[in-house]
Design a protein around this ligand. Structure first.
Ligand SMILES: [Zn+2]
Length: 149
C-alpha cells in the first residue's frame, strides 16, 4: 500500500456512511461496496464478518469487492421519515450477483410506482453522493443505486 500524505493538515475528508462502503483515496478509483465471503461455504456478506450465518464457520473469510451492478429485487416509496430527511424517497433491496442483497435508496428515477414496477428484476448501478456534513465539516458519503443504461 502506498502512503501519499504530503499536504494534509486539516483538509475536508470524505466519510462513508456505512463501514462496507469503501472510498478509495485515489480520485481515479470508484467507490465500491466490500464484504466477506465464507471460505467454507461461499456465502457473501456486506462488511466484516466473524461467523457465517449459513454454515456457522468462524473467522475464515475472504474479503470481497462487490461490483457496481445489481438487480432491483423490491422497493417501497417512503412518504414519512425522520425530521430533516427529504420525502418521498425510494427504499429498495438490490440483489448483488456476488450472492447477497443490499438495502439502499434508489435514485435517478421518480418515486412513482408506475415507473418503478417495470424496473423490478432489472439492472441497477451503484453511485455515491454527499448526504450531509458531519460536525467536523467532513462530507458524509452515501451510496445509492439507479437504473443502469
Ligand atoms: Zn459459510
Amino acid at each position: 500500500m502506498t502512503q501519499a500524505s504530503e499536504t494534509e493538515t486539516k483538509e475536508k475528508q470524505q466519510k462513508p456512511i456505512v463501514n462496507y462502503l469503501k472510498l478509495p483515496d485515489s480520485p481515479d478509483e470508484k467507490p465500491y461496496l466490500w464484504g466477506s465471503r465464507c471460505k467454507a461455504c461461499g456465502a457473501a456478506y456486506l462488511g466484516p464478518r466473524l461467523a457465517c450465518a449459513r454454515c456457522f464457520a468462524v473467522g475464515d473469510f475472504d474479503e470481497i469487492r462487490f461490483g457496481d451492478e445489481g438487480t432491483l429485487k423490491t422497493f417501497t416509496i417512503v412518504h414519512q421519515s425522520a425530521p430533516g430527511i427529504e420525502v418521498p424517497f425510494i427504499a429498495a433491496i438490490v440483489d448483488l450477483p456476488e450472492g447477497t442483497a443490499v438495502r439502499c435508496n434508489l435514485g435517478g428515477i421518480e418515486p412513482d410506482p408506475e415507473k418503478l414496477v417495470p424496473l423490478l428484476g432489472k439492472k441497477v448501478e451503484m453511485y455515491t453522493e454527499k448526504v450531509r456534513e458531519d460536525r467536523e465539516g467532513n462530507d458524509v458519503i452515501a451510496f445509492k443505486y439507479r437504473p443502469a443504461n
